[in-house]
Each structure stands twice: as C-alpha cells, then as structure tokens.
Design a protein around this ligand. Structure first.
Ligand SMILES: [Fe+2]
Ligand SMILES: [Fe+2]
Length: 185
C-alpha cells in the first residue's frame, strides 16, 4: 500500500481501525481529522509500523518519536501556511532507518549513525512510499546542523526544529535529575 492507493472511504475506514491501536490511543493527533487524512496510508502500513520495535530515546519507540515529530511539525506548518501535508508525511518517515541504533555500531562497524541515518531513512521511504521533493529533502536534511547541508525548503526547517524539540522532551522526561528539579512532565 502507498499514498496513492486509498480513496476517501478507505481512508475513513482505516482511520477508524488504526485509532484503536495502543500506540495511538490518547494521542492528540487522533482527534485531528485533517491530520489523520494526510497520513493514514503511512500509519496503516507495515514499514512504518516496523519502527515500533526499535527504541529511539528513553522508552519512546522510533515510531512514537516519528508520530510526535510529524504532528508537532504539522501544527507549526498549518499555522504558518506552509505545505503541512508534506511536513506531516516527511515527519512520519524522517527516521525510517529500520534498525536499533543502540546496537548498530557494534553489529555493523558504522559509528556514524547520527550522520548516515537520514540517507538510509530516505532510501527506505522511497522504496515503500511515493514522495515529493519537499518530503525527500526534508528527510535527507533533518539532522542539520549536525550534517552540514541545510534543508532546501522552509518545510524542512520545521522538521529540523520539531525533531530537536521532541527528542529533547523524550530524553529529558527520562532524566532523574530533571524529574527531581521540575517534576514529571
Ligand atoms: Fe533522525
Ligand atoms: Fe528524529
């Protein structure tokens, strides 16, 4: 299944079904019909859901991290009249590298996951989904400024920001020191 193959009725059915998944229940994005219609074909696909078995930060799976980045990016992009559909879709796919990065270096000898995973994610995303130029570039450049080439489109900067914002929250909410200082959040 890819983003060109669902009509409106299929989308509505899929949204109803997927909204009951434990990894979506209670999330704000489920109540946002516009968002869900933009991304339902990706949420309802196997390659995307594979990310649930890999941990990204703390106890957040890579799939949950991507949902957070996608929805934060989408809300910013809508507010700013940017291409929020591309932003929402690229956000979901930006970390589709499909391996456990904690053990990746020991297994493969690649100690540069931070630098190399955007290209791996893009390759996987192109294999399973139909992407436009904004989506492709936003996935490839999302680690800027760690990787030196910045995004080409303003939408890409939204994803750069949302990725850092969500990653920080995921790491900090697991930090005992932070919890002791500011409490749970
Ligand atoms: Fe990433
Ligand atoms: Fe990320």
């Amino acid at each position: 299944m890819n983003n060109k193959s669902m009509d409106l009725i299929e989308k509505k059915d899929a949204i109803k079904r997927i909204s009951k998944e434990s990894w979506l229940v209670g999330k704000d994005c489920v109540k946002d019909d516009v968002y869900m219609e933009c991304v339902i074909d990706i949420l309802d696909s196997e390659p995307f859901q594979k990310m649930h078995k890999y941990i990204q930060h703390g106890n957040t799976s890579t799939m949950e991290h991507c949902i957070s980045v996608s929805y934060v990016s989408y809300k910013i992009a809508r507010k700013m009249n940017f291409d929020y559909v591309s932003v929402a879709r690229a956000g979901l796919l930006h970390d589709l590298f499909l391996y456990d990065w904690h053990t990746h270096a020991a297994k493969t000898g690649n100690y540069f996951h931070g630098y190399t995973h955007p290209a791996v994610a893009l390759k996987n995303a192109e294999k399973y989904y139909t992407l436009n130029d904004i989506e492709k570039n936003s996935i490839l450049r999302h680690m800027w400024p760690l990787t030196p080439i910045p995004p080409k489109y303003k939408e890409g900067y939204v994803i750069v920001y949302a990725d850092k914002y969500c990653s920080s929250k995921e790491v900090l909410k697991e930090s005992r020191i932070v919890k002791n200082i500011v409490g749970e959040f």
